[in-house]
Design a protein around this ligand. Structure first.
Ligand SMILES: Nc1ncnc2c1ncn2[C@@H]1O[C@H](COP(=O)(O)OP(=O)(O)OP(=O)(O)O)[C@@H](O)[C@H]1O
Length: 319
């Protein structure tokens, strides 16, 4: 097992009597990419601030590199806060050099690395522009460069994808992956599941300040019922036939003279059992499709079954 870089153990934080984080425990291991997921207001930013010692927990323990999060530990971290803000009147390259100098990089190295990273991010031509002339997405990329400029061994990014267009989101995914391959440990928060599904070794899901899942993407997907989509060449009601296999829903949209069924498979049932039931029952099929589960579905399922949200809340919040 690789070294634990960060651990939160029973951490809680309340603001004006309102709990933001409740009894939260999780660990981040060296070299892994961990996604910290949850709907708006779930307590992600508060937890990340406590991980870095910016906020002090009301209860519980935080350990960063094996000790309390002190200033010397923070030199080894690159943190992108959720509140974006860089000095608007400065030149882009000077902002980057400024942040690099704060983390102990020499002026010569800071300039060299800054120019190289601007190139990598497709921003070489704005090196001498004032920050205030940049678009929001470009400014965010400058902030990401400033976070990574000292080549930190632990990178913590709070909602790094928000505010970026799809092309730049993809570019950032590649940058995150490349940093991880180069040996960095990465923890990022998001409420967009696709990024987590593509990137993460581990995910920690929180809702209303509490952890509702901790494990890898495969384990999260295994928590949701697998689904088979069927279209049958029959107007016959087959709900009873399929009932022993799981939860059956009939859906509109099938061609005339056909019916479409969604079967959320019960425990121990797999798609082959559904196919066998169709063959045994002499049911003619137009379509048979075991549906691929996505982390989004697991997220909705896990948060719903944690009993802390209504469907309406989630529909507006997830992805
Ligand atoms: N400094 C603060 N003072 C008072 N309440 C706060 C403070 N910071 C956070 N909160 C509250 O704590 C709860 C959790 O907020 P937090 O920003 O940690 O959630 P989040 O998961 O990062 O949400 P989002 O995805 O919307 O950024 C919210 O109800 C928020 O209003």
């Amino acid at each position: 097992m690789s070294e634990i870089i960060l651990s939160l153990d029973g951490v809680s934080k309340t603001f004006s009597g309102k709990p933001a984080v409740r009894d939260l425990s999780f660990t981040v291991r060296r070299g892994e990419i961990t996604g910290f997921l949850g709907p708006n207001g779930a307590g992600k930013s508060t937890s990340l601030r406590m991980a870095l010692g910016i906020l002090t927990p009301d209860a519980g323990e935080v350990s960063l590199f094996g000790g309390r999060p002190r200033a010397n530990a923070l030199e080894r971290v690159g943190f992108l806060p959720e509140e974006r803000g860089i000095y608007r009147k400065m030149k882009v390259i000077d902002v980057i050099i400024f942040f690099a100098r704060l983390k102990g990089v020499t002026p010569v190295d800071a300039r060299r690395r800054g120019l190289a990273m601007l190139e990598e991010f497709g921003l070489a031509d704005v090196a001498d522009s004032k920050v205030k002339t940049l678009s929001k997405g470009m400014a965010q990329k400058i902030q990401i460069i400033s976070t990574l400029i000292h080549d930190p061994e632990f990178i913590i990014l709070d909602e790094p994808f928000s505010g970026l267009d799809p092309v730049n989101q993809k570019a950032l995914e590649q940058i995150v992956r490349a940093r991880a391959e180069a040996g960095a440990t990465i923890l990022f928060s998001t409420h967009v599941m696709e990024h987590a599904e593509r990137l993460c070794d581990q995910i920690v899901l929180v809702a209303k300040g509490r952890k509702v899942f901790d494990g890898n993407v495969e384990a999260a997907l295994a928590m949701i019922p697998r689904r088979v989509i069927l279209e049958t060449v029959s107007e016959q009601d087959l709900a009873q036939t399929f009932a022993p296999l799981g939860e059956v829903v009939q859906e509109a949209g099938a061609a005339d003279g056909a019916r479409r069924w969604l079967i959320d498979l019960g425990p121990g049932i797999d798609a082959q059992d559904v196919l066998k039931a169709c063959v045994d029952g002499n049911i003619r099929l137009l379509r048979f499709e075991p549906a691929r589960a996505h982390l989004h579905d697991a997220f909705v399922h896990l948060v719903e079954t944690s009993g802390q949200f209504s469907n309406e809340t989630l529909a507006g919040e997830a992805v």
